[in-house]
Design a binder for this molecule. Structure first.
Ligand SMILES: NC(=O)c1ccc[n+]([C@@H]2O[C@H](COP(=O)([O-])OP(=O)(O)OC[C@H]3O[C@@H](n4cnc5c(N)ncnc54)[C@H](OP(=O)(O)O)[C@@H]3O)[C@@H](O)[C@H]2O)c1
Length: 325
């Protein structure tokens, strides 16, 4: 009897070891060995466009640069026309591909999305990176760039319009833009693969204090990506338009002034990792290796410990902002 129990334990141990080795090897392959397959979205005739929202600064701008350098024509989006035009000119100076842009404040509701993308209707869009997003703080920072200390507030300290603007920027804007683009994307998918990516955040899993609405909006994107992907694949011939959700940890940008560390890369490093993993076939993943390691480690901790850790990290952000003010 004891012998059987020992043998059963040995088998379970062996299976656990195999599974651990498999996960470790998959991790190494994904982050260190796998070669990028982003070129598949260039199709054959070099007419392919990548559309990136929130591309006048931060991660979006760095992603636009990476994709331009990989040979994509670009459609970039932002809210400040002078700034977006300047970024478009800088991009064009890097090569010979086309760069177009459109302007829309993603916090405002009521856009006529069909009208917004009308000038882009004939373009072969093969890649969409829904990058625009952020917390209430980035909105305040944009409105008051000279006052870096923005108080984080609980939801009853924010107006309904403030709360709505967070959800609109992070969730509804990408949803409605995707809806308007879909027929065009399905046409592009006839000649090759097409991918729509939603830039999410690890806060969707952790939901730190003072960011519940932002975190919930990012969680919305995760379900949306999977649901839309299934929509395009089932109950009819698959259209070839695929969707993915990207979970990002801290990235140093002008709206997120975290200290330099392995888990807090520059927008450029993050963009390199993001573009390198485009086309990996996963529907939800963490493009930057150190963010993935952090996420994995947090997975071993009890939820209450993660909550304490997140609250402490947020307190550090408050303190840093206060000092900078
Ligand atoms: N940075 C991080 O630590 C971090 C972590 C996890 C997830 N993310 C996600 O990554 C994405 C990019 O973040 P980021 O740090 O690069 O942000 P960022 O530095 O604030 O840049 C965001 C870009 O979006 C534009 N934008 C912001 N609000 C807009 C609006 N209402 N309408 C139109 N354009 C708008 C900005 O335009 P302006 O140039 O006019 O400001 C800028 O081009 C966001 O979805 C964010 O939630 C960031």
């Amino acid at each position: 009897m004891i012998n059987i129990a020992v043998q059963a334990l040995a088998v379970v141990g062996f299976l656990l070891l195999v599974s651990l080795c498999y996960r470790l090897l998959s991790f190494i392959w994904f982050y260190r060995l796998r070669r990028t397959s982003v070129q598949q979205y260039l199709h054959d005739d070099s007419s392919a466009y990548a559309l990136i929202t929130g591309a006048s600064d931060g991660i979006g701008r760095a992603v636009a640069q990476e994709l331009y350098d990989k040979g994509f024509n670009l459609i970039i989006h932002g809210r400040n026309e002078d700034k977006v035009r300047g970024v478009a000119e800088d991009l064009r100076a890097r090569g010979s591909q086309d760069v177009q842009y459109f302007i829309a404040d993603a916090e405002n509701s009521g856009h006529d999305f069909a009208q917004l993308i009308k000038p882009l209707k004939r373009l072969n869009v093969t890649l969409v990176v829904h990058n625009v997003g952020g917390t209430i703080m980035s909105r305040e920072r944009h409105a008051h760039p000279s006052s870096p200390h923005i108080p984080y507030t609980m939801i009853d300290g924010l107006s309904e319009a403030d709360l709505q603007s967070i959800v609109t920027r992070n969730a509804f804007f990408p949803l409605f833009l995707t809806r308007a683009l879909l027929p065009q994307l399905r046409l592009s998918a006839i000649s090759g693969p097409v991918l729509v990516q939603f830039v999410g955040s690890q806060t969707a899993d952790i939901a730190p204090p003072r960011l519940p609405v932002y975190s919930a909006s990012k969680a919305f994107l995760r379900a949306l990506a999977r649901g839309l992907d299934n929509d395009e694949r089932f109950w009819g011939a698959p259209t070839g338009v695929r969707f993915a959700y990207l979970a990002l940890g801290e990235v140093r940008t002008h709206t997120h002034d975290s200290a330099h560390s392995a888990t807090s890369p520059s927008a450029e490093s993050l963009a390199q990792a993001l573009v390198a993993r485009i086309g990996c076939g996963k529907r939800a993943y963490t493009p930057y290796m150190w963010h993935a390691i952090l996420q994995w480690l947090l997975g071993f901790l009890p939820e209450t410990t993660v909550d304490d850790y997140a609250a402490e990290a947020m307190a550090e952000v408050f303190a840093r902002r206060k000092k900078a003010a």
